[in-house]
Design a protein around this ligand. Structure first.
Ligand code: PLP
Length: 393
């Protein structure tokens, strides 16, 4: 009997905040004008788009003109790299990391097939890049470095401020995929003044799926991916997804209100979960940086068990988690992130990602702590490679 439901998969997607829903709903059937239209129907909507852009800019401490609304985080990532390489066609090299989301990683793989040089920076056991390796990888023909702000699987926060400064000194554009940090840590693009472009996705921020943002610093050369009309000042043509833009604007405003809660209460819940699981379950290790980590994320590996089996049993008990990024689940290959971190095979197969949000409670964590240890114990009993049994080759 499932007694409760706990959603602990917030790095995959988040619940849309009720206040966000309320804000966007009238913009489907009551205020449905095209914001480009000169009449009152258009004006009503245009005014709200201006507000949404201001709200998003405020969350980032940026200018409203630096905000481009896109269809998702993936589009923002693709757009940033596309713009950089198209603006400087003579530059044929890009730098990224081995642990990026497929939105960056697979884009770079495509570029490599087209003859671009791509450097994939390695990471250490905590998922951290080496600043010196980054420095050494920059070439005269490097068009852009695209380095994620925080990893979706482990939550490790990379030193993008420092890397951006190095890139700026060397005349290289710097983009960061900030999809997993927006709303979780402060983002101040006046302070992070060497970041030229930054991606955000609505559905990780308690806004709907299918809306994203690309921040482009004023003065950055920009070439659009889509060619069409004048929307987003020609940088992202296509009639605006008005309700969702209004939604992500509201979500950005709420994110600022709730930031303190993420940094304190949500972090305390995550920390408690981490400490208790490590104390109660032998042969468990945390994947991710001990301190430089998003406050909501715990990626933990249990030796001798399969992540998919843990997920199934958790799911039967009403607990939603993930065994890697949502995009790679379904494949039994250990995640590319854990492999890049050098997590041993016997651990990487038994990895579990628990990711919280402001909607999680102490009771949720208690329930996870009650249910998870016996699941691991049970799975180890039935595993041919359980403790004190033969090690897999
Ligand atoms: N980048 C990161 C780090 C992500 O976690 C995700 C989503 O999982 C994306 C990009 C893609 O965002 P979207 O689903 O909006 O395309």
């Amino acid at each position: 009997m499932v007694t409760r439901q706990v959603y602990a998969d917030n790095n995959a997607t988040t619940k849309v905040d009720e206040l966000v829903v309320q804000e966007m709903l009238p913009y489907f059937s009551k205020y449905y004008g095209n914001p480009s239209s000169m009449h009152v129907f258009g004006g009503q909507v245009e005014k709200k788009l201006v507000e949404a852009r201001e709200r998003m800019a405020a969350m980032l401490n940026a200018e409203p003109t630096e905000i481009i609304f896109t269809s998702c985080g993936t589009e923002s990532d693709n757009m940033a790299i596309y713009s950089a390489i198209t603006s400087a066609p003579q530059k044929r090299h890009v730098i990224t990391t081995k642990v990026e989301h497929p939105a960056v990683l697979n884009y770079c793989k495509q570029l490599a097939k087209r003859g671009y040089g791509v450097t994939y920076l390695s990471v250490d056991r905590d998922g951290m890049v080496d600043v010196n390796e980054f420095y050494d990888s920059i070439r005269d023909d490097t068009a852009i470095a695209s380095i994620m702000y925080a990893n979706n699987e482990t939550g490790t926060i990379l030193p993008v401020g420092e890397l951006g400064t190095i890139a700026r000194e060397k005349g290289v554009l710097f983009h960061t995929d900030a999809v997993q940090v927006a709303g979780k840590i402060p983002l101040d693009l006046q302070k992070l003044d060497a970041i030229d472009m930054l991606s955000i996705s609505g559905h990780k921020l308690h806004a709907p799926k299918g809306i994203g943002v690309l921040y482009v610093r004023r003065g950055t050369k920009f070439r659009p991916l889509l060619i069409g009309g004048h929307q987003e000042r020609g940088r992202r043509p296509g009639t605006e997804n008005t309700a969702s833009i209004i939604a992500i604007g509201k979500a950005a405003e709420l994110a600022q209100t709730h930031l303190e809660d993420e940094l304190t209460r949500v972090k305390a819940l995550r920390d408690r979960m981490e400490q208790e699981l490590l104390a109660r379950i032998p042969d468990a290790v945390v994947n991710g940086h001990p301190t430089q980590r998003t406050p909501n994320t715990l990626n933990i590996s249990f030796k001798y068990v399969e992540g998919e089996a843990i997920l199934l049993m958790l799911s039967e008990r009403g607990i939603a988690a993930s065994s890697g990024s949502a995009c790679t689940s379904g494949s039994l290959e250990p995640s590319h992130v854990l492999r890049a971190m050098g997590v041993p095979f016997t651990y990487s197969h038994g990895s579990l990602r628990l990711s919280l949000s402001r909607f999680n409670t102490e009771e949720d964590v208690e329930y996870i702590l009650q249910e998870l240890p016996p699941i691991i114990e049970r799975l180890r009993e039935i595993s041919p490679f359980g403790r004190n049994k033969e090690e897999p080759q």
